[in-house]
Design a protein around this ligand. Sequence first.
Ligand SMILES: NC(=O)c1ccc[n+]([C@@H]2O[C@H](COP(=O)([O-])OP(=O)(O)OC[C@H]3O[C@@H](n4cnc5c(N)ncnc54)[C@H](OP(=O)(O)O)[C@@H]3O)[C@@H](O)[C@H]2O)c1
Length: 233
Amino acid sequence: MNCIITGASRGLGKAIAEKFAGGGYNLCLISRSEEALRRTTDELAGKFPSIRISSHAFDLGDKQQAIQCGDWILGLGDPVDILVNNAGQFIPGSIHNEADGALEKMMEVNLYSAYHLTRVLLPGMMAQKKGHIFNLCSIASLKAYPNGGSYSISKFALAGFSKNLREELKSYGIKVTALYPGATYTDSWAGSGVDPVRIMEAGDIAEMVYAASRLSPQAAVEEIVLRPQLGDL
Ligand SMILES: NC(=O)c1ccc[n+]([C@@H]2O[C@H](COP(=O)([O-])OP(=O)(O)OC[C@H]3O[C@@H](n4cnc5c(N)ncnc54)[C@H](OP(=O)(O)O)[C@@H]3O)[C@@H](O)[C@H]2O)c1
């Protein structure tokens, strides 16, 4: 079984990779930094010597690279069992004063990346009539909050992508799950001053993704909402 994870060099993507590696999945890992990917790949290969790990650096915010990434995955010749669209970036800001281009950047990295990559992989998944796509949305896909700005807009759009994909793929046996995590401690939070125990751990999100992937073919988890026990910050 094969699991493709974008934004896998650190944070939630890495935690999800580790969880599926523990389940015996072969991994295909993508992020922009070749060096960070190599470190993560080496670490996982050391912990899970029996699985096969492929990795490649692509900037998925660039349409051509997202399509090349899909072609590279297809070229590996393995069926796509699990696709985790996790790559994303958080630039805080408010619509009225964020930098010009913030919306375009957030849409490219947080929405178009998943859209273009998924479109390349879908024909094969539809032909095999099985597979599971996870999209890392956010609490910011569900509600507006101060400093959400274009990040929140792009995450609302990703939720729309996920809902439409779910409808389209029902009859193809392909599951689509949208995850809506609240604050989870990763590099995104390093230096923020937030106490790591006030918010969730990356492993919490990975547990839920893996659990959702384990159900019978006739059961689909459509949405997973996770929040810190004490609620949003
Ligand atoms: N942490 C949270 O509190 C939280 C809450 C809700 C939702 N989320 C969502 O969960 C996902 C992961 O968040 P995280 O906190 O784990 O983020 P993170 O620690 O910043 O890691 C982001 C990952 O995505 C990769 N990446 C970023 N831009 C990319 C691009 N253009 N092309 C390819 N890879 C790219 C990064 O590697 P490179 O830098 O090497 O590219 C890294 O592997 C994101 O979509 C985020 O919006 C996070």
